[in-house]
Design a protein around this ligand. Sequence first.
Ligand SMILES: Nc1ncnc2c1ncn2[C@@H]1O[C@H](COP(=O)(O)OP(=O)(O)O)[C@@H](O)[C@H]1O
Ligand SMILES: [Mg+2]
Length: 401
Amino acid sequence: MRPNLLLKLVHSVHTKPSDSDSVTSALSTTPSEKMDYQQQQQFQAHGMPQIPSQPVQMASHISQADQDAIQQSLLPQRSTVSKGKYSLSDFHIMRTLGTGSFGRVHLVRSVHNGRYYAVKVLKKAQVIKMKQVEHTNDERRMLKLVEHPFLIRMWGTFQDSRNLFMVMDYIEGGELFSLLRKSQRFPNPVAKFYAAEVTLAIEYLHSHNIIYRDLKPENILLDRNGHIKITDFGFAKEVTTVTWTLCGTPDYIAPEVITTKPYNKSVDWWSLGILIYEMLAGYTPFYDTTPMKTYEKILAGKVIFPSFMHADAVDLLTKLITADLTRRLGNLSGGPAEIRNHAWFSEVVWEKLLAKDIETPYEPPITAGVGDSSLFDHYPEEQLDYGATTEDPFAQYFVEF
Ligand SMILES: Nc1ncnc2c1ncn2[C@@H]1O[C@H](COP(=O)(O)OP(=O)(O)O)[C@@H](O)[C@H]1O
Ligand SMILES: [Mg+2]
């Protein structure tokens, strides 16, 4: 049986030495064990969504603004082509770690150095059917270029006639989603720790003109020490001004995306608000039984804050989960620094956090170096069609892989 993560979390919250200079100084707070009345009502009304929500997307088009943006790119202009670097024969394919709309992510082991990696496999036919060619090429390009302690590192890509493969570091601690569902909700300082690391990662992406567009606990992994790594750049896009594509995950989508208005980076700050809310409450603020009902709630914009939420958190969330772009924190003249300087984050020493010089609130119970994957859910394995060298009708779409 899996360990009781709520107990572990609470245990580690109580036993970590406190550091008055760091975000963990606030970790002596005891999580309230009881749901308040409002929360009970929510759970009774909706039940807890146990299944990670699926992202939605629509066919994307490249606007003139986006083309200009790509030309004015702030990212290093080095070639991102990695042909011939890896091939299927370099890895033993092991169990499935996660599945998505276009393929699955496997734990793999290098036949050369014995190290473990995660390989995301996308079926070309599926990518084309779902009109995701541009997003998939963007995913590869963004992943190849970004370099940040809280973002997944990709080592390279390759392809066969049917599939695309992306080789990444394997992050053993599992999804923040799993920890959150097992813990029900996080104590204020724990949510703050994860939110602070996410804030630095998103700020880094935005400073390089990348919108992430799919922030949610399923895409946030925990490394062996308990620091976050954001994975899944499937909707990440380099944009200097605005873009239009409807994509993201229903519960996390900003209202301006739903109404297909031109939108900018601040959609990620909206999603940060939803993420913080979900970590603190255990459910998302606009949760409903169908995406359509969720969209209606998002557009209505009424957020109910549980009484146990800290007043500073409520203040920050009110400023992030706001439809009015002239009032949304992160999108104002002070930029993302205004989020970092908000009272809820007052104990965070950002330089120390970036240097990972802060104790994490929870250390995943993993055995290092042996490809331990006990913190990942199990998925039915399927017959793999990897390695085909037959004629490839889709080759022209994925020349960089
Ligand atoms: N580098 C990684 N290490 C460990 N697990 C990973 C890694 N990348 C992805 N996963 C797992 O696979 C799941 C699906 O990967 P993701 O890139 O999010 O695909 P999708 O676009 O289908 O959502 C993730 O939610 C996570 O559980
Ligand atoms: Mg994902």
